[in-house]
Ligand binder design. Structure first.
Ligand SMILES: Cc1cc2nc3c(=O)[nH]c(=O)nc-3n(C[C@H](O)[C@H](O)[C@H](O)COP(=O)(O)O)c2cc1C
Length: 342
């Protein structure tokens, strides 16, 4: 029998609606958009429904001012959601275009019927994509997957670069470790992270957001027990060792790069990640983020140099590999994030 948590996941992740001709189901598009990745699973978005368009607007009440003071991750998360709208629309026979209005800080996705468009491997992966925060099994990634992943992870100002050099992987491990220690010895970072931790199923179900214990392999414990344990579980050194093992188990790393570091570039980087992750999912490849060297300001320049970037910036870092599906994270209900256009 399914637990309440698993029942909620199954309902939220029912297969995407597919039809070749007929009106767009905008609420269905929003459901699939909310399944996108977001930093700390904050889901910092609202969706404004128009006639044949959906505006994706930031919900600044869901900011993470410590880890994300300039809102770069927040706009990357909006890019992820917008890309899910694009892919979900294809499954309903519609082409979509994404426009980012920087002064308004708003993304608009417009839809039009397009003969010949229909479900794709990416649209079918929407309900299956996840960040798999587990060691992978070390099996290599098929050589012909690389081109598909790079192609999917390229959109607008952003592109994906795959990393299989052992030397570069070792350097990235060093930076992730340094990032773990910097973050988890910073009391403001810890406070913010703990605010978004959902220590047991009941907490995760109550909010529908945040980082549920299950998703990172932790037991679901009552708060009175789990909260004091965090002092021992959540340490820089411990996280550094976990991340080292996780990265070493991953046959491939990937960096999402962008032409600059503007809000438009953040949005495109989010879109690129989402496409890359959907393509990976479609190929049976799992992925997880290792963004510490992007998040800790003092590590950005060393990372940029290690990647040999001239003008481009590193936006997101990932590891890829094979392994079982981990428990899925939850989302808030569609009604909580929809605004109907006046
Ligand atoms: C911009 C961005 C940054 C993220 N950074 C990290 C990270 O550094 N480490 C991590 O484990 N997950 C990271 N995540 C993943 C989120 O925690 C994850 O998307 C969220 O918990 C929802 O889970 P799901 O993607 O499995 O559906 C990031 C996601 C986004 C969109």
């Amino acid at each position: 029998m399914l637990s309440p948590y698993e029942t909620a996941v199954a309902a939220q992740r029912r297969p995407a609606l597919e039809h070749a001709d007929g009106p767009l189901d905008l609420r269905e598009l929003v459901r699939l958009a909310t399944l996108a990745a977001s930093s700390h699973n904050t889901q910092p978005w609202r969706f404004r429904l128009g006639a044949a368009a959906i505006a994706v607007v930031p919900d600044f009440e869901r900011r993470c001012p410590v880890v994300d003071p300039d809102d770069a991750h927040l706009f990357r998360s909006l890019g992820c959601a917008a890309e899910n709208l694009v892919q979900a629309a294809a499954a309903q026979g519609h082409a979509a275009t994404v426009h980012f209005d920087a002064p308004e800080q708003c993304l608009t996705v417009r839809f039009e019927p397009s003969a010949g468009l229909g479900p794709t491997p990416l649209s079918r992966a929407l309900v299956h994509r996840q960040c798999t925060r587990r060691p992978f099994d070390g099996r290599p990634i098929a050589a012909d997957a690389g081109a598909l992943l790079e192609q999917a992870g390229t959109v607008g100002r952003a592109r994906t670069r795959l990393i299989d050099s052992p030397a570069l992987r070792d350097t990235i491990i060093d930076y992730v470790r340094a990032g773990d220690v910097a973050q988890l010895t910073d009391s403001a970072f810890r406070r913010e992270l703990i605010h978004w931790l959902r220590l047991n199923d009941a907490e995760a179900l109550a909010t529908g957001d945040g980082l549920a214990a299950r998703t990172s392999g932790q037991p679901s414990l009552p708060r009175w027990l789990a909260r004091p344990l965090l002092r021992f579980v959540l340490t820089g050194q411990g996280q550094a060792d976990t991340d080292t093992a996780n990265i070493r188990s991953s046959p491939l790393l990937a960096a999402v790069l962008a032409a600059d570091d503007s809000p438009a570039a953040w949005v495109d980087a989010g879109r690129a990640y989402e496409r890359l992750a959907l393509q990976a999912t479609a190929l049976g490849i799992r992925s997880a983020f290792i963004n510490q060297p992007v998040e800790v300001p003092s590590l950005r320049e060393p990372l940029r140099r290690a990647l040999g970037l001239a003008g481009e910036t590193a936006q997101l870092l990932l590891r890829l590999g094979h392994g079982p599906v981990a428990p899925y994270s939850l989302r808030r209900p569609v009604e909580a994030v929809i605004e109907v256009d006046a």
